[in-house]
Ligand binder design. Structure first.
Ligand SMILES: Nc1ncnc2c1ncn2[C@@H]1O[C@H](COP(=O)(O)OP(=O)(O)O)[C@@H](O)[C@H]1O
Ligand SMILES: [Mg+2]
Length: 324
């Protein structure tokens, strides 16, 4: 798949024939429409000026340029933020109550540090009612390493300790797709849009988007130093698409990123996540996971816009994530 920026057909009011006219007139991108004047757009593409105005407005919103919001707007939007509980009090406390909607949380750590276990647990928890720490939703799970295990979901559902919790029902509300390449992975985020739109007004709206692992394909495909910029650009756009989805659905995004065990490759610092600063800067929250003594694991909140740095211990048991 070619890298896919927003197409002009994605704008409301732009059907195939209008899109053709706009392209003929040289409006090839959403940005070029966003900065056009209604008069020139209507004249060149033979649409009414009021339609042109609407299209330009949509393009400006989509291109995310020139729009100021007041602090109050943002305050109002953040009123809708919900928290998805880990159902481990220490982890919830670390994250100010759980994983925030409208935010991307990136978990990074070595192989075996518990990243995939946590995404499995959250795919279960998201389905619980709000009173039990969930969001009453379903999950979309992009699996790049073939590590999704329905058996683990089953064990974790039993581990909830909730009467009548039926593992089959939970499995039904997790929509899994395997991604075979980074392009495929990006395409799947695109397809998630349709699935999420379909489920938006159902009793199981998508409230959790998982990508496990976000970076594995990118790391494998962009192996040389010379390709770093291309990789980061693509990863950045991938994250941007994800942000749009979670904004629209007031959902949580949870992505994983494996730290290189060989510090000589790519980056000097072995605790620095692959994807480097791009992922680091784009994700809203970053959790660093590591194994400790006696099967204990530690999550460290490394980066957060509004929470102090800190650490929380937890265990991975057959029944799922538990307190130590
Ligand atoms: N059924 C289980 N019971 C207890 N612990 C488990 C179970 N399944 C996996 N684990 C633990 O989770 C670890 C794997 O963690 P995982 O999340 O897959 O790592 P990664 O960070 O590489 O994704 C295993 O090494 C094991 O310690
Ligand atoms: Mg894993």
């Amino acid at each position: 798949m070619a890298e896919r920026p927003l197409e002009i057909e994605d704008l409301p009011g732009v059907g195939p024939s209008t899109a053709d006219k706009l392209r003929e007139a040289g409006y090839l991108s959403v940005e070029s429409i966003a900065t056009a004047s209604p008069a020139e757009l209507s004249e060149i593409s033979e649409i009414s000026e009021s339609t042109a105005k609407k299209i330009i407005k949509a393009a400006r919103e989509a291109a995310d340029i020139g729009g100021f919001k007041t602090g109050k707007d943002i305050f109002e939007q953040r009123k809708n933020v919900r928290k998805l509980s880990f159902r481990v009090p220490e982890l919830d406390a670390l994250m100010g109550g759980g994983l925030e909607t409208q935010a991307i949380t990136e978990m990074y750590g070595e192989f075996g540090s518990g990243k995939s276990q946590i995404v499995h647990q959250m795919a279960v928890n998201v389905q619980l009612p709000e009173d039990d720490g969930g969001l009453g939703g379903s999950a979309i799970y992009i699996d790049t390493e073939n590590t999704f295990r329905p058996e683990r979901i089953e064990q974790m559902v039993h581990g909830l300790g909730i009467d009548n919790a039926d593992p089959q029902e939970f499995l039904n509300n997790i929509h899994i797709a395997r991604a075979h390449t980074s392009d495929h992975q990006m395409l799947l985020v695109d397809n998630s849009r349709d699935l999420a739109a379909e489920l938006k007004n159902s009793n199981r709206p998508v409230k959790l988007f998982i990508i496990d692992s976000l970076t594995a394909h990118f790391r494998a495909e962009y192996a040389g130093r010379g390709t770093l910029a291309a990789r980061q650009q693509k990863l950045n756009r991938h994250m941007h698409e994800l942000f749009k989805l979670i904004d629209e659905h007031n959902a949580v995004a949870l992505v994983t990123n494996q730290v290189m065990s060989n510090p000589a490759v790519f980056f000097g610092d072995p605790t620095k996540p692959i994807g480097g600063n791009i992922v680091g800067h784009t994700a809203t929250f970053r959790l660093y996971l590591r194994k400790s003594k006696g099967g204990k694991r530690i999550a460290r909140l490394v980066d957060s816009p509004n929470l102090p740095e800190g650490e929380a211990p937890f265990m991975v048991e057959e029944a799922g994530l538990k307190s130590c």
